[in-house]
Structure formats: C-alpha cells, structure tokens
Ligand binder design. Structure first.
Ligand code: HSE
Length: 441
C-alpha cells in the first residue's frame, strides 16, 4: 500500500453516530491526514436503510446493506461497529476480529455484557478493539485512564456518565417540571438511548462503570453485579431539601478500591453531593468523570457525553490511533482494558450492605403525634444516628406528609433494616426513599 492510499475503514451502522463519523472523516480529512501523515479513507458503509438521505456526500464510498461483504473486504482494515444492541453487533464484531480486522465501537452495552469474550478473541487474533466513544461520549477519558494515568494505583472513579439523566435532573431542579415532561424533551434532543429505560434506570451508566472499573482496577468486566438504581421517583421536594442542606442530586457512577486484594466498591444511584463540588456543577447533558490516583491525586474530565459529533470525535480518534499502529505494524500497543486480558482478576464486589454512607431519607407518614418518635426509634434501634429531621408541611385530617431525615454515617444494612420496620408501621403510607450522600468529592 502506498502512503497516498492510506488506511481503509468500513462503517457498520449509518444512524446518528455513523452519520457523525462520516461527516468528521470527510470534513476533517485534511487535518486527519496532516496529523497521521497519510489519509484515513472511508471505503464502505453498510446499513439496512439505504434510502434515507443523511446529508453526507457519499461520492466514491460504497454504500449498501452487505455487512458481511464489508467485513470481508480486503480494503477495509478497521471496522467501525455502530449498530448498537447486543446480538447482531456481537456477531459482526466477532466476525470482524476473526477476519483479522481491528474494531472501533461506541457500544457500551455490547462491551459490558460481552466484553470479556470480545477482548479475549481480539487478543488471540492480534487485533485491536477500541471504544473511547462508549464512555463519556467525546471525552477522551479512557485514553487518560489507559495511558496517562497508567503509573497510578487508581483509588476512585466517580462520574456523571449519562447525559439524559443529568439533563432531566438539572431541568427538574431548575424548573420544577415533572419527570415525564423533561424526559420527553431529552429524547427529542437525541440524548436518550433507543430504550430510555436504560438511561432512567441507571443501566447505561452501569454499562459504562463496568468498563471504567475493569480498566481502573484490572478486574474482569462484571456489569451484572453492579448495584444500580435510577432516577425515577425523585420529587421536587428532594431537590429543595438537598439545596437547603448545601447539596445537589446527581446520578453518580462510583467505583472505589479498598486496597490491594480487597473487594471493589461499584454502584450507580442518585446521590446527594456538596453543591460546591465540581461534579455538582456539571449540568444539562454534559458528562464528567473524576479519577483519583495515588500519585497524581484528583483529576477531572468534562465534556459532551452524547450527540452525533462529540461521539464521532471519539470514534475517529480511535481510528487514527489504530491506523498509526497498522502503519507501524504495532497492533495491541496498549491492551483495551489497560491490562493484558489474561491478567484481569475476577471481580470481588463489596456487598452494598457493607457500605457506610450518610443518607437522606424521605418518609411519608400520617401527621399524627408520636409518628416521628416511631420513625426515629426504629433508626435508633439499628444504631443509625440522625443529624437533622425536617417536616416541611402540615397534614390536615389524617393526610400524609413527607418527613425528611439526614443521617450520620451508617452501614447500609442497618439503614435497610430500620426502613423495613418503618415501612411496616400503620401510619407510614408509602415506601421510604433513600438517597445516599457522598461528602468527599
Ligand atoms: N444515552 C446516553 C446518555 C448517551 O444519555 O448519556 C450515549 O451513551
């Protein structure tokens, strides 16, 4: 291959992100070539929908629905998998690896579930699988973790990893609008996953955390065991109470190391964080990841976590990195998860019950003398100390009111036992909402 011919790439999936990738490759072809010293050529695109006009000039690019033909095409050295979902994406990814093609994907769901199989196949075949766009969209956080921070013991990774939920939380807090109204707007803006329950229930953030945790701590990907809670059921009152106590509510994905050989803490849930912390000030659909290493100390990565062009920025960055390796015959320069696949350890996740945090509890109870003492009594029985109690309303004639409690640090299992008792009390009329508090960010 002459220098002018460059490295050929093929695109599987010509949806929103695929269109962004084609646009960046074409629009920024000159700067890409200047930086590489040779061109990156989009030679083929495959998608089932060959009719829709994506507004991209496809002159000289073969576009059809023949995914297998694209994978087998000798001109295609790197396959970009942007189909999404699990089954078809997994099949084509493994088929590409088998054919000796490098793969770039933005598919966090695929990697969270099948990453161990895919990375192991890629290592055996001597090809790369790159996935910068899968976590934090356009933010180059995986490269930072895999290369820039590789001298560190990673101590903690805490991130706002889902733009849809961050947008919803920010808007609910600012406007007091209902959850459903704000979620619909996020979908219209194109942030949400095809199935928005993945966003809302925290699953998308957990997919991303599974990858970050594996890369941070050298453990096998274990998405299914990450305790995950979404943002449904949060009420305007929660945002108000949080603000009164100097907090904001964010859906955080958290992974912490408790030290060599000890279980890892990994969890996704709405969290009260100090309103002065940097993560608390990440608003709208933006993402941010805070990573603490033993040598470097705290670091922060911020940017657009979704959207056509930001995500394409990460995909094309990966293509350029692999194209350089192809040119130098140096594939697998860095392992995808930062550790050689065989070195990854099985992942002993610490049970959530062992977690010690402060908590915000929203009880719903009939406004009757003595009810509060039953609630505080149940907490006291389990050794859960109370910092503040707040009853913002007055229930007339047997109406229920919210009773808000901020606890001292307590073990989750003890708090859960207390809540079981409280939720069984006759005057308590709805299940209690627990939101964990992270003070050290
Ligand atoms: N649906 C995701 C989000 C974007 O809302 O952040 C892609 O990961």
């Amino acid at each position: 291959m002459s220098s002018a011919e460059g490295v050929g790439v093929g695109l599987l999936g010509f949806g929103t992100i695929g269109t962004g990738v084609a646009k960046v490759l074409l629009r920024n072809a000159a700067i890409i070539e200047e930086r590489l010293g040779f061109p990156l050529r989009l030679v083929r695109i495959a998608d089932l929908d060959t009719e829709t006009d994506r507004g991209v000039d496809l002159d000289g690019i073969r576009f059809d629905d023949d995914a297998e033909g694209l994978i087998a095409d000798p001109e295609v050295r790197i396959v970009i998998e942007l189909i999404g979902g699990y089954d078809v994406a997994r099949r084509f990814t493994l088929q590409s690896i088998e054919a000796g093609k490098h793969v770039v994907t933005a598919n966090k769901a695929l990697l969270a579930l099948h990453g161990n199989e895919i990375f192991s196949a890629a290592e055996a075949r001597g090809v790369d699988v790159a996935f910068e766009a899968a976590v934090g969209g356009g933010i180059p956080v995986l490269r930072a973790l895999r290369e820039g921070l590789s001298a560190n013991h990673i101590q903690a990774v805490e991130g706002i990893l889902n733009g849809t939920t961050n947008y919803v939380l920010t808007q609910m807090e600012e406007s007091g609008e209902d959850f459903e109204v704000v979620l619909k707007r996020a979908q219209e803006l194109g942030y949400a996953e095809a199935d928005p329950t993945f966003d809302v229930e925290g699953v998308d953030a957990a997919h991303k955390l599974a990858l970050l945790a594996a890369m941070s701590f050298g453990v096998r990907i274990d998405f299914k065991r990450i305790p995950t809670e979404g943002i449904r059921g949060l009420e305007p009152l929660d945002f108000q109470a949080a603000a009164d106590f100097g907090y904001r509510i964010k859906l955080l994905a958290i992974a912490k190391s408790k030290g060599e050989g000890r279980p890892i803490e990994a969890r996704v849930h709405p969290t009260l964080i100090p309103s002065t912390s940097m993560l608390a000030n990440v608003d709208g659909a933006m993402n941010a990841v805070a990573i603490r290493g033993d040598a470097v100390g705290p670091t922060l990565y911020y940017g657009a976590g979704a959207g056509e062009l930001p995500t394409a920025s990460a995909v094309v960055g990966d293509l350029m990195e692999i194209a350089r390796e192809i040119r130098r015959d140096a594939a697998q320069r860095v392992s995808p998860l930062s550790y050689p696949h065989g070195e990854l350890k099985d992942n002993p996740l610490a049970p959530l019950g062992e977690l010690t945090t402060r908590c915000y509890l929203r009880f719903t109870a009939v406004d009757r003398p003595g009810v509060l003492s039953h609630i505080t009594g149940a907490l006291g029985e389990e050794g859960v100390g109370i910092q503040s109690v707040l009853q913002p309303g007055r229930g007339e004639a047997g109406e229920s009111v919210p009773v808000l409690v901020f606890t001292h640090p307590a073990q989750e299992s003890a708090v859960r036992r207390a809540l079981e008792t409280v939720d069984g009390l006759p005057d308590v009329t709805a299940p209690t909402r627990l939101i964990r508090i992270e003070d050290e960010l």
